[in-house]
Design a protein around this ligand. Structure first.
Ligand code: ADP
Length: 503
């Protein structure tokens, strides 16, 4: 990185032009703090080179040794050099102060910090949230640099904050556009934050005797700390243990929970409950620009659904982390279906129109949830986010938003899962287009379809799948669970973009 305007990421205006000019024809330098499929993708990308540095994962460590053969699908690792400085940190945090810039200095020239080749000298950084939280506020970025995560992503990905933001936008919508319009927000179950809303929750509880509630720690993941209950007594006992009296000097700050109405009538396939993982890419919050990935998966519970045993997590929680510990879990069969398989199954059972409506509901969930934080998220043009939405269908095929993850698991559970994630992540890089191969006007890039750009995007390509003939113009550009012929599409797209650029 020889030249470039150094402007704090969060202070950059719209005036700067040619964001990719700095990379030009040289290689693209990346950092990655995760040791899973994303590392394979980055290492396999032609023209991309890992930045040697103290905290990088050594290049002789394979993210997924079993799957290395997969990289030969036309994408050979481009970097054969050593990672340098004997990198040993394989954890998920960098804590690399060398990559934090003093605005007064050039990259890698901070006094007191050993200047190693490449320190802080990256174009692309797949960092973890902890690293960003520690470094973002003092970080200065060049025009073209791209980094994963928006600074305050937790506004959407902490369970309590997500609901708070959704409730606020719902209220505002009702006030400005009327009650009917507010109904389009009825996709998240009634939820209260504990301990702060305990009394409101108790009132609500008493109004609906006998229903089931689910208690979830606001900031934990993978089903940890979750339990279901029917009686207020269950929660008062829990509350005593969890929230010790204020007078106790050893008392820790109580963990925030959400208590949520349990969806008692999930859609069942083969008697089993499932939820759907949907991938969403946000490249800008202002204007809001959102891509929806065609592929994903449904995660099934291993045990037949029943409301008789509400304490059985294998019945009620569909997290793979939970299900893989079930005594009768079969790792070969796993507990996943592709979203394509799911859509096909549902179409055969309920007809194309009913399924289209159900999936439209997912589009609504995505857009409303992002709009609920649009004014709050610190919109930095260097940042992007790949969210993993968890959606549950009820027996009427109505989709419910369960939660949104800013770090959806990228570790593959098998070959099919690896192929999905490998393609998904490659397509994230294709959308970000640091190579500057595209025109910027695309509506589809590989498996990603542009769902929203300051307004809904409509499909106008008559050749797209899942669109009835002749009515394509009014159809949303949304193809979740539709055929994902990403490689062919990319080939055609790059060829077309090249000729447009030449002319
Ligand atoms: P975590 O972040 O720990 O995964 P989630 O909110 O995603 O927590 O919940 C874990 C699982 O519990 C979900 O995948 C889903 O199967 C189930 N679940 C969560 N909330 C509800 C709910 N309100 N109704 C029905 N099932 C739920």
């Amino acid at each position: 990185m020889s030249k470039g305007t150094k402007v704090p990421g969060y202070m950059q205006g719209k005036g700067s032009r040619n964001p990719r000019g700095i990379i030009g024809d040289r290689e693209i330098r990346y950092k990655c703090s995760l040791q899973n499929t994303i590392l394979d993708v980055l290492r396999g990308r032609p023209g991309w080179q890992e930045v040697p540095g103290q905290n990088n994962i050594p290049q002789n460590v394979q993210a997924n040794p079993k799957q290395q053969g997969q990289q030969s699908t036309g994408q050979q690792p481009s970097n054969t050099g050593k990672s340098g400085s004997g990198s040993t940190n394989q954890g998920t945090t960098f804590g690399n102060k060398g990559s934090v810039r003093n605005p007064q200095q050039g990259p890698g020239t901070q006094p007191g910090v050993p200047t190693r080749l490449g320190d802080g000298d990256w174009d692309f950084y797949w960092c973890d949230r902890e690293w960003l939280a520690q470094n973002y506020d003092t970080m200065f970025l060049y025009e073209h640099q791209k980094i994963l995560h928006f600074r305050n992503h937790y506004e959407l990905t902490r369970k309590n904050l997500m609901v708070k933001n959704l409730k606020r936008l719902k209220k505002q919508t009702e006030r400005e556009l009327g009650k009917a319009e507010g109904q389009s927000f009825e996709f998240f179950p009634t939820t209260y934050e504990l301990p702060s809303e305990y009394h409101i929750f108790v009132e609500e509880f008493k109004k609906n005797p006998g229903i089931i509630w689910i208690m979830k720690p606001a900031a934990r993941a993978q089903g940890r700390g979750i339990f279901l209950f029917r009686r207020l007594k269950d929660i008062t006992d829990w509350k005593k243990g969890e929230y010790q009296p204020l007078s106790d000097p050893n008392r820790e700050v109580p963990e925030t929970y959400v208590v949520q109405r349990y969806i008692e009538n999930p859609y069942l396939i083969g008697g089993r409950k499932f939820d759907v993982r949907v991938y969403v890419l946000v490249v800008s919050y202002n204007p809001l620009k959102v891509w929806l990935y065609r592929s994903g998966f449904a995660r099934f519970s291993n045990t037949r659904f029943s409301l008789d045993s509400i304490e059985d997590t294998y019945v009620h929680l569909t997290n793979v982390a939970i299900q893989k510990n079930a005594p009768d879990y079969d790792p070969d069969k796993g507990c996943k279906w592709s979203t394509q398989q799911l859509r096909k199954y549902l179409c055969a059972k309920h007809g194309v129109e009913a399924v289209k409506n159900a999936f439209k509901g997912i589009d609504n969930i995505i857009i409303k949830s992002l709009q609920s934080v649009q004014k709050i998220i610190i919109n930095d043009k260097h940042c992007f986010e790949m969210y993993g939405y968890d959606v549950l269908f009820d027996s009427d095929l109505k989709p419910w938003l369960i939660e949104i993850n800013a770090s959806p698991s990228l570790t593959a559970s098998g070959k099919e899962d690896y192929d999905l994630k490998f393609g998904l992540l490659n397509d994230v890089l294709n959308v970000l287009d640091l190579e500057n191969r595209l025109t910027g006007k695309e509506k589809r890039i590989g498996g990603w379809d542009l769902l929203w750009e300051d307004g809904p995007i409509l499909a106008d390509d008559g050749n797209m799948e899942c669109t009835p003939n002749g009515t394509t113009a009014s159809i949303p550009n949304s193809f979740l669970g539709c055929h994902n012929d990403r490689k062919r599409q990319l080939r055609e797209l790059f060829t077309a973009a090249q000729s447009i650029k030449k002319s």
